[in-house]
Design a protein around this ligand. Structure first.
Ligand SMILES: Cc1ncc(COP(=O)(O)O)c(C=O)c1O
Length: 358
């Protein structure tokens, strides 16, 4: 299939591809963008202490405490917060809004595409142009799109759109979903709209997964006007999220957690700059810059062969041709520790050198 159409069965399968499929035990994992291999000790202790409360149903007080913590963190009202089973649940709920025409800004995380297509929502894929550095072009979004979804920073391009540019996509009668799953990995969160209470139809989705190494818990939240959140949550079951999720959300909004996330974001930015420079020095490797997220989008010559070669050398990277708009040479790599990053650079150098001499 040609990259970017994703209409046939093969294309649908590719849209469902995620980085966890590209890695395996024993490989150094550059495929999954989770910051650490397990949650920090203080968070595990909090969750362990909450285990004793699993004997009761999660009550309104638990829910309110979590929403109040999020509200305080983002300068919102608790009624503007909906705790979710991960950002992914926010996408799964979008069909509840009964959109007539969705516009998805690509290349980007593909779950919204999968969910809306499966729900039979007519959709337009708006492909941003690498020659324009994937800049947002509001005029490419169909006028009648009543649902627009984008990621910021964007997976897999690592592009951070300025907040003002994102807001230009909003209009009355349209829901604008901004997936900020990686926003807390950007120092100072300069482009986050989490605290924006004025842009019409804005729905921000946040995740605890990446920074706090909680993919197995499923924790995140949505921020929007209360009426919009009520519509979104209309079909949810009673007790929609568990006690441990509520506890994690509370804990990760506390000042010490925010300070830790900020320190980690700054450290990642330094490691990313070093990794980008080392990768860009390899023959034929293009690194998309500037990068804002804890991963880099590369183009490597003979991508499928090189990825297979890296795997044979014990390194897992993420194929990126499953994202609409990208091709088989596109490859995404997480930013890891300097020691691990050096392993990636050395292995990639070896693979590329083999290719040149072949
Ligand atoms: C860009 C992006 N948004 C959202 C998600 C979903 O996050 P969560 O684990 O909170 O459901 C992911 C997970 O891979 C992601 O990469």
């Amino acid at each position: 299939m040609t990259s970017g159409d994703h209409q046939d069965d093969d294309g649908r399968r590719l849209l469902r591809h995620h980085g966890d499929v590209d890695t395996a035990p024993g490989l150094v994992d550059f495929a999954v963008n989770v910051r650490r291999d397990r949650p920090p000790t203080w968070l595990r202790d909090r969750l362990a202490a909450a285990l004793d409360r699993l004997g009761s149903y999660p009550g309104a007080a638990d829910d309110l405490a979590a929403r109040a913590a999020v509200a305080q963190r983002h300068d919102r009202h608790p009624d503007e917060v909906l705790v979710l089973n991960g950002g992914a649940e926010g996408f799964a709920l979008l069909p509840t809004l009964q959109p007539r025409h969705a516009a998805l800004i690509h290349p980007s995380f593909t779950e919204p595409d999968v969910v809306l297509t499966d729900a039979g929502v007519p959709l337009t894929r708006v492909l941003l142009d690498p020659a324009e550095d994937y800049a947002l072009r509001p005029e490419l979004v169909p006028d009648d799109a009543d649902l627009v979804v984008l990621g910021n920073p964007t997976n897999p391009t690592s592009v951070l759109h300025p907040a003002q540019a994102v807001c230009r996509l909003a209009r009355r009668g349209r829901v604008l979903v901004v997936d900020e799953a990686f926003a807390d990995a950007v120092p100072g969160e300069p482009a986050s709209l989490a605290g924006d209470r004025t842009t019409p139809g804005l729905l921000v989705l946040r995740s605890l997964t990446k920074t706090w190494a909680l993919p197995g818990l499923r924790a995140g939240y949505a921020l929007a006007a209360p009426e919009l959140l009520n519509r979104l949550a209309a079909g949810r079951p009673h007790w929609p999220v568990g006690t441990l999720v509520l506890e994690a959300v509370r804990a990760c909004c506390e000042p010490h957690a925010l300070a830790e996330a900020e320190t980690a974001a700054r450290q990642t930015a330094r490691h990313r700059a070093d990794l980008a420079a080392a990768l860009a020095a390899l023959p034929g490797v293009q690194v998309r810059q500037p990068a804002a997220a804890p991963f880099l989008l590369l183009r490597v010559p003979d991508g499928p062969r090189v990825r297979a070669g890296l795997r044979a050398r014990g390194i897992a990277v993420r194929r990126a041709d499953t994202f609409p708009g990208l091709d088989p040479d596109h490859t995404r790599v997480a930013v890891r520790t300097p020691e691990q990053n050096a392993l990636l650079v050395a292995a990639l150098r070896a693979e590329l050198t083999m290719e040149v001499s072949a």
